[in-house]
Ligand binder design. Sequence first.
Ligand code: GLN
Length: 531
Amino acid sequence: MQTRFIFVTGGVMSGLGKGVVSSSISKLLQLSNQKVSCIKIDPYLNFDAGTMNPIAHGEVFVTEDGGECDMDIGNYERFLNQDIPKSHNITTAQIYSNVINAERKGEYLGACVQIIPHVTDEIKKRIMTIAEDENLDVLIVECGGTVGDIESLPFLEALRQIKLEGGSENVIFVHVTLAPSLDVVGEQKTKPTQHSVQELRRIGIQPDILCVRCTQPLLEKTRKKISLFTNVSSDDVFSCHDVESIFMIPHVLYEQKLVEKIFSKFAKVGYMNTSENWSEWNSIVNSLHQSKDPIKIAMVGKYVTLADSYVSVNQALKHAGASIGRQVNIDWIDSETFNGNLEKLSNFDGVIVPGGFGTRGSEGIINAANFALKNNLPYLGICFGFQLAAVAYARSKCNLENANSAEISPDTSYPIIDLLPDQNNENDMGGSLRLGANKIDISKNSIAHKIYDSETIFRRHRHRYEFNTKFRTEFEKNGMIFSAESDGGRRMEILEVPSHKFFFGVQFHPEFNSRPGFPEAAFKTFVNASA
Ligand code: GLN
């Protein structure tokens, strides 16, 4: 095997930060001049994350090639500053449907089709194909879920087989666990880690490295005890204690000599000195910690009860703030509760409306857009936020009473936002949106052109409805300009109001292209205007 593999599993409970550990390890190796990438295995039965509620599962991250993926893919992209293709998010449904299709085609030549070897072979094939096609030095594979879950068993079995076949100098298992401290005595407890490693060993996997989540750095005696009970050398037990930002974790692990450990386990000698790479990364990480003059942004949306449901938008705002040396404080406001009480928006420096679907809460968003419009308050509307800004403008400036989006009110007399004429109303909810990166043409002499400094950009999409171009002239007569389009003018991509301080809407999702140290231009301009 040319590619080395690091498999990251999780124990004790979900939400421990396997994604951050996987991203951090890949970052460390990238800083060591290795060609790396990450895979996220999601053992659930959905084909992809597209049909899952963001409040329960976090944001649906859209890749350049149109994958609706788990939000961990977004973490990988932000840590590595590298695009991750959709093939890197593997789910049970994808594996099983391949196996079932192959069986129907008779490709198993009469064999009884079983989890081992047919399903496990399919999993191994998916992983190996990526390693080979992308010519990687190291591929980090994060297995979602918690050890002991029924769904993850075939995946863990496949990973176990890869190590058996590839040898221990090519494969490392990293297990992420928890050492909780009970408040009363403050002692770091090791039992949950002991149990989850036992569970892992029961299915034939001995972890090589443990990353132990804890509030305070792992004490020496805790480390020793964990080592004794898990059969992992105490040098291979790493403390993943709480720090201010997830982007500091690579350094936390580096200081404990994780890179040396990985290279020596891989029997790879002479890895590159990384100090040059580190200085750029460190300055990016430091820039993200701004405490001066917070800029107050109101984020008005539907899925505000879980911060993770808009994680890329939150991150993009921070990247933009960092670029001008300012902290960005985000208040999430549930658009559903937002009717008469608009005045509270005056306490903010800017309003952002992220993506969303369906009727619920839409009037609150339209009201908020209208408030920003009237009060010269910077506004950035993304996808749904673009569409409803147009609706607000239609009602208040173009005299189109009760204008709406056909998604919200199919019988409206002014369908400002509608399906394209040739778009039939598909019943299939999964994967039927307009997805992924598309070319966008920007008009010269527009605000958009100033922001992007280019006549073409590529940005990611995830939507079904469009601005209805029948109304374009009416809008432009009244001061709202559509300054970017795609698909030969069939789709409007950017709206702007030149007479306003900053009123900008984008049909695409700029948040997916923003990375630490490299803020996306629309976010940067919005945060600047708010500042
Ligand atoms: N619901 C809208 C559409 O389908 C907007 C989607 C979004 O905000 N991602 O077009």
